[in-house]
Design a protein around this ligand. Structure first.
Ligand SMILES: C[S@@+](CC[C@H](N)C(=O)[O-])C[C@H]1O[C@@H](n2cnc3c(N)ncnc32)[C@H](O)[C@@H]1O
Length: 246
């Protein structure tokens, strides 16, 4: 008697942009799964994660785009996550190996986190293997040739979606701070960093590890130029080791 294949979900972080920064494990899994899911906004059907992972997906493997609404409406977001989790579960029920790809690390501010939670709740019988990826801020530190933290240092990763208040509220300021999702609130975030008086080096990085990467060493320039979504800000108490790109 043939044993029925059991579906497996893989959550793959595909790294920050440079196709060489995808892990060997993610690349190997992409090569063997039956279907690949990727996320896109309802406004456009482009997936940066897919463009990074593409080289590792065999031509005949179906790629399915799941659209997520760019909204603050909790109910709308919740119903999209639920619907997408159910779409993935349909594939798992057919005994398929399924990959969900996500930019950077799969567990850092990622749509995969929400999908994962729903799949675990609705269909706990399916094994799930989450594969980490290189985060945008690890890539940023590498491109600046500056360690993120050393010795007894601490690092804080903050969502900049609500501006700089999270840093202002912090009584003991960490040695290094990374603001992701910084693009809309650059003014308030840079104000908050300056107000602490603690950070000697503040750098903005857009499209890190992509061919159009930009390092903004003078943060006031970041205020003027209205950076795009793929921008982060790194602040360190001590000057970064790296040298500005000429
Ligand atoms: C939803 S979070 C995703 C984080 C991602 N999972 C990671 O591990 O880095 C999106 C934010 O990450 C940052 N980001 C992601 N990729 C980036 C890149 N290549 N360069 C600069 N910032 C990036 C930006 O701050 C962006 O607004």
């Amino acid at each position: 008697m043939k044993t029925k294949k059991k579906g497996i979900l893989y959550g793959l972080g595909v790294g920050p942009g440079d196709p060489e920064l995808i892990t060997l494990k993610a690349a190997r899994v992409l090569n063997v799964v039956d279907v690949v899911f990727t996320a896109a906004s309802t406004k456009n059907s482009y997936s940066l994660a897919l463009s990074i992972a593409k080289a590792h997906i065999p031509d005949l493997t179906p790629v399915r785009m799941l659209t997520f609404p760019m909204t603050n409406d909790k109910e709308e977001k919740e119903s999209a996550w639920l619907a997408h989790a159910n779409t993935i579960i349909e594939e798992l029920t057919q005994g398929k190996k399924v990959a969900f790809i996500t930019l950077g690390d799969s567990m850092t501010y990622s749509t995969y986190g929400y999908v994962l939670q729903h799949v675990q709740e609705i269909a706990p019988q399916f094994p799930i293997i989450s594969v980490p990826g290189i985060t945008s801020y690890q890539a940023a530190a590498a491109c600046l040739n500056t360690p993120l933290v050393e010795g007894e240092d601490s690092l804080m990763v903050i969502s900049g979606a609500q501006g700089g208040d999270r840093l202002r509220e912090c009584a003991a300021k960490p040695e290094a701070v990374v603001f992701l999702k910084a693009y809309r609130n650059v003014d308030d975030i840079t104000d908050a960093i300056e107000q602490t008086g603690d950070y000697e080096a503040t750098v903005g990085i857009s499209n890190c590890s992509h061919t159009d990467q930009k390092i903004i060493w003078d943060i006031s320039k970041l205020r003027e130029r209205r950076p795009d979504y793929w921008t982060l800000i790194l602040a360190k108490r001590k000057k970064v080791h790296g040298t500005p790109d000429k």
